[in-house]
Design a protein around this ligand. Structure first.
Ligand SMILES: Cc1ncc(COP(=O)(O)O)c(C=O)c1O
Length: 268
């Protein structure tokens, strides 16, 4: 159902008991759709939600407005149960909405400043990778980087391992290899990252900040914004830890932007 109100006893509202996807749609055509649906399926499986009507989901992008849009699809376990205890036969509830989207070409080309968050992500393998609705860690982390000059916050887990940014995945290049944090204990398994994983070779690593500081280049990526090269990394107090020069031929960004249909150079 499109953007209708949820009842007060909806479990998604009460407990974050549900999932969501945010999909880039260009003129009614979704980008990375199979990856979004695969992540949704993984979430349905992990949360043991009833199987939804995927045919209805497949019909949504064509119902979005013209031009570049973001389609948001949200599923909850519906109402009922006793407190946290879920109902035995949940009646899945889903809503969707679409809104116009304008990317930030300045960020693609000039890169962004990123701040390390003090907040640490809790380790919870059963929720790792899926895009569930309980996102308070991300909200608190984002609150740490309110200043407009900071595009994103970098997140480590409670053991100090790099994970991702508040709404983007993290990739860097070190000694000629592309590396990205393992997402098996926390974090969201990004659809752009999984699509890229099919065409470039990543080393999936569990490492701390020191490894990132030894990188030659670093990027934040997601399926809506595309790729933002990291130009500067600050610690949680705002002290600069590292600056990276901009790369004139950023082949990693080009590979990702081809998948999203974004221009490779601004003049394109
Ligand atoms: C916490 C988090 N990590 C990673 C991502 C990247 O996911 P995707 O590439 O599917 O947009 C997102 C997307 O919003 C996110 O919220």
């Amino acid at each position: 159902m499109r953007d209708a109100a949820l009842p007060i006893d909806d479990r998604g509202l009460a407990y974050g008991d549900g999932l969501f996807e945010t999909v880039l749609v260009r003129d009614g055509q979704p980008l990375l759709w199979d990856h979004h649906m695969a992540r949704l399926e993984m979430g349905i499986d992990r949360l043991a939600l009833p199987w939804p009507d995927f045919e209805a989901f497949h019909a949504l992008p064509a119902q979005c407005g013209p031009g570049l849009r973001v389609l948001k699809l949200m599923l909850t376990r519906g109402s009922g149960g006793r407190g946290y205890r879920p109902p035995e036969a949940p009646d899945l509830r889903w809503r969707w909405t679409d809104s116009p989207f304008e990317p930030s070409p300045g960020r693609w080309l000039e890169g962004v400043a990123v701040r390390c968050c003090e907040l640490r992500l809790g380790i919870q393998p059963r929720l790792a990778g899926i895009k569930h609705l309980a996102r308070l860690e991300n909200v608190l982390a984002r609150q740490e980087c309110q200043h407009d000059s900071i595009a994103e916050g970098l997140l480590c887990d409670s053991q100090g391992h790099l994970v991702e940014a508040t709404a983007m995945n993290l990739v860097w290049r070190r000694e000629g290899r592309l590396e990205t944090p393992l997402l098996d204990r926390c974090g969201v398994s990004g659809t752009l990252l999984s699509a890229l994983d099919e065409i470039v070779e990543f080393d999936w690593v569990r490492v701390g900040l020191d490894t990132l500081l030894a990188a030659d280049a670093a990027w934040l990526i997601n399926s809506v914004q595309g790729v933002w090269p990291i130009r500067r990394l600050d610690d949680a107090a705002g002290v600069c830890l590292k600056q990276w020069p901009l790369e004139s031929n950023d082949t990693f960004r080009h590979a990702a932007h081809r998948l999203l249909g974004y221009p490779l150079n601004l003049g394109d």
